[in-house]
Design a binder for this molecule. Structure first.
Ligand code: ZOZ
Ligand code: NAD
Length: 698
């Protein structure tokens, strides 16, 4: 028998204990072991029941995702599930930790289920671009009814044991050792002569309005197809006999398995974890972190302080004046109120955080004891210099000195101190207590244990941390500047900002670039354009029509007018009628005859600009691996997860095709569309960005 399953006998009960750390994924060896274990129990004289449970931290976390996309290996999971359910013995599952995907599907094939109160169950397959393919869409609705099954399967959420009990997914919730409570429950069932109870033989769930449900789920998915496809599978469970329903589930499962979205989402799953795993940091101990200093209590400083407080750090925040300090305190309290409302913390915790754990001061001496400081003052090198000089004087030796700068040179900032090895960039995204991305910007002299500390902080704050090198905008903002420029060029040439926003949200972005600009504030771009004007390359095309709006004091959402007009109390905006005239005037001035763009061309140009700049960022070593770019865009810039990221998108399109488009665009504007050397190299060698993830550039 497979060494992944331990077989033991307890009176009339055979126990199959799954031993496949870390999460008991259903690898081929586990499937084979379970199948063999069932056969052994059935042949074992006197055995009347089988108890299935997991060793370690979970019952079963699901199918082994590393096997996806590879040739299937027997026994397949659906057959194993059928085999378990059909056993003449009474089968019981004792669940602890998570039972997800195929793991819950195995449990649903047991005749009874008992779970620890802390256990969680769910069918999260839609997040991997697939649907439950081992009977989950057919069995779950027979227990919960169609509506609840649709909700559980299309959201893929984790359901806590008490709720699972209420929903009928488990039969009993009991605290204790999973084997001990499982054995007692099984014995009780045997003593009562409880019948074998196959979910597949239970009556089908009553139907709901399937088309309306499908449409609603499709709309909510913003282009992601797996949740809506899963609705059709649940529909089959209510409309077809079980055996046919299973075939329909398999058909839909295979359809999704062959999609690019499945590839993109599994790429996201693994690389969300791989991104913070730096080979160079193996064995490097991070410095101890208990208390954190934050300089500046504006938008970012207050958000960073909130994130740190919610993760258990003591926080000392420094502002310039008492009145600014009071405002900063209010901002943080407001953020924490949000956490209180959402049930993330209780009132006592809120009181403790705001009155004890947070110190707000105007005196840098209050920082003498902190382990790490994050500076979030104005984006101005002279202010940063002054602040880092003060930090150098006030902070204890070994304290990590970090800057949240968006664009400025971290080497120059480090040079203002006597300890450049302790200086690092920690680039958070707004709102800092919500957004998952953290760019850890490593400067020339940053010490390895300071880098490790940056990653340790990111982990403690629940962030996805990405290593970035020093350049204007690091990974994310540098790439953003380029694809945003591609959108600006298309406006000059004839596409409207509204068509562009719509084409890109249809592609799956959370927002289009012009709606984002309104949200961030048009003044930021206006100032940047003014700042960069003196050094501008003569071939650079920079539209200035929007500056006319800024000159009139319109900066987007915060002033009620930008690319869109915003009315108080209404969500979102409507196109600003002034924009078309401003664009037309600039086109006339530049002698441009506007031309139509298809949505497809808009997406292609936008994505090609993004990929080309990203390839430069990787080629220059600012990002070490393409996956670092993918995770940056996914977690900081609203890139649709189901495409996996821009580099994964490019691999799926084929690099030669992406390069060919860039070269054709370069015929109109050779300066902007200059192909990245790395892209040319990979395309000519028949390699992909994915290959570089496995073997990064030296
Ligand atoms: O890891 C968290 C999690 O959510 N895992 C994914 C759970 C999931 O999505 N399960 C559904 C899988 S799909 C499925 O089951 C499809 C299906 O119906 C099959 C139908 C077949 C039909 C065939 C037709 C012919 C979890 C909550 C479990 C744990 O979170 P933690 O934060 O505690 O730990 P992580 O996430 O760091 O994970 C620890 C290590 O385990 C790896 N891993 C997790 N789930 C895995 C898995 N590896 C393979 N398969 C899985 N399902 C994870 O990558 C990590 O690895 P390292 O190397 O980074 O440590
Ligand atoms: P902000 O203007 O909202 O806040 C800056 C705060 O710093 C103000 O409250 C100001 O009083 C305080 N301050 C200025 N000089 C100070 C000093 N010498 N000592 C103490 N406090 C001082 O700015 P913000 O949007 O929070 O940005 C702060 C930094 O974060 C900038 O470097 C910015 O580029 C970066 N950043 C901003 C965003 C964003 O979306 N806003 C995102 C990432 C990074």
């Amino acid at each position: 028998m497979s060494d992944k399953i331990a077989y033991s006998r307890h009176g009339d009960i055979a126990v199959l204990r799954i031993q496949n750390p870390p999460v008991n994924a259903l690898s081929q060896a586990v499937r084979q072991g379970l199948s063999d274990g069932m056969a052994r129990a059935e042949a074992d004289d006197g055995v009347r029941a089988v108890l299935i449970l997991g060793d370690g931290r979970a019952f079963i976390a699901g199918a082994d995702i590393t096997e996806f996309g590879k040739p299937p290996m027997e026994p397949n999971l659906p057959d194993l599930c059928t085999r378990i359910e059909a056993s003449p013995l009474l089968v019981v599952a004792s669940m602890h930790g998570v039972s997800l995907g195929g793991g819950l599907e195995v449990a649903l094939c047991a005749h009874y289920r008992i779970a620890q109160p802390s256990a969680r169950v769910g069918l999260p397959e839609v997040h991997l671009g697939i649907l439950p393919g081992a009977g989950g869409t057919q069995r779950l609705p027979r227990l919960t009814g169609a509506e609840k099954a649709v909700e559980a399967i299309t959201t893929g959420r984790h359901i806590k044991a008490p709720e699972a009990l209420e929903m009928g997914i488990v039969d009993r919730v009991e605290e204790g050792d999973p084997e001990a409570v499982g054995l007692a429950y099984t014995q009780e069932l045997l003593d009562q002569n409880a019948p074998r109870r196959s979910v597949s033989e239970m009556p089908a769930a009553e139907g709901i309005d399937w088309d309306a449900t499908y449409d609603a789920v499709l709309k909510k998915g913003r282009g992601q197809i797996s949740p809506a496809t899963a609705v059709r599978a649940v529909q089959a469970a209510s409309e077809l006999p079980f055996a046919q329903g299973i075939l329909r589930e398999r058909e839909l499962f295979m359809e999704l398995m062959n999609t690019d979205q499945r590839k993109g989402m599994i790429h996201a799953f693994f690389n969300e974890r791989a991104v913070s795993n730096l080979p160079e940091l193996k064995g490097v101990e991070p410095r101890a972190l208990q208390s954190i200093g934050v300089i500046g209590g504006g938008t970012m400083g207050a958000g960073i302080a909130t994130a740190a407080l919610l993760s258990g750090f003591g926080v000392v925040l420094i502002e310039m004046k008492d009145e600014f300090a009071a405002t900063a305190r209010d901002r943080i309290a407001g953020n924490l109120q949000g956490a209180l409302k959402r049930g993330k913390i209780n009132q006592a915790k809120y009181d403790a955080l705001t009155t004890q754990t947070l110190t707000v001061s105007t005196n840098y001496d209050s920082l003498s004891d902190v382990d790490l400081v994050i500076e979030a003052v104005f984006e101005d090198m002279s202010v940063k210099r002054e602040v880092f000089g003060k930090l150098d004087a006030a902070c204890k030796s070994g304290c990590v000195l970090a800057s949240n700068t968006s664009y400025l040179d971290v080497n120059e900032i480090a040079a203002c101190t006597s300890r450049p090895a302790d200086v690092i960039g920690l680039h958070f995204f707004s709102p800092a207590h919500v957004m998952k991305l953290l760019e850890v910007v490593v400067a020339d002299q940053t010490a390895p244990d300071v880098v490790a500390t940056g990653f340790a902080l990111g982990k403690a704050l629940g962030k996805v941390s990405v290593r970035a090198g020093v350049c204007d905008g690091f990974i994310g903002n540098r790439i953003l500047a380029t694809y945003r420029t591609a959108a600006d060029h298309m406006v000059l040439d004839g596409a409207t900002p509204y068509q562009i926003d719509k084409a890109l949200t249809d592609f799956g972005f959370a927002m289009g670039p012009f709606a984002v600009a309104d949200l961030a504030g048009l003044d930021i771009g206006w100032m940047t354009r003014k700042r960069k004007a003196p050094d501008r390359h003569p071939q650079e095309r920079v539209p200035t029509y929007i500056d006319r709006l800024c000159e009139q004091g319109h900066f987007g959402q915060k002033t009620g007018e930008g690319y869109y007009v915003y009315e108080k109390g209404k969500r979102g905006g409507t196109p600003n009628p002034k924009i078309a005239d401003l664009i037309a005037a600039e086109q006339q001035e530049l002698g441009i005859t506007p031309r139509p763009f298809t949505d497809q061309e808009i997406v292609r140009r936008y994505m090609c600009a993004m990929v080309n700049e990203a390839a430069k960022v990787v080629g220059e070593g600012i990002a070490r691996r393409p996956l670092d770019v993918d995770m940056t865009l996914l977690f900081g810039y609203g890139f649709p997860r189901y495409w996996g990221g821009p580099m994964k998108w490019a691999d799926i399109q084929g690099l030669p095709a992406v390069l060919a488009d860039i070269e054709s665009y370069a015929k109109e504007d050779a300066w902007f569309w200059e192909p990245a050397p790395l892209l040319k190299q990979l395309a000519s060698e028949g390699r992909t960005f994915g290959d570089l993830n496995k073997e990064p550039l030296k």
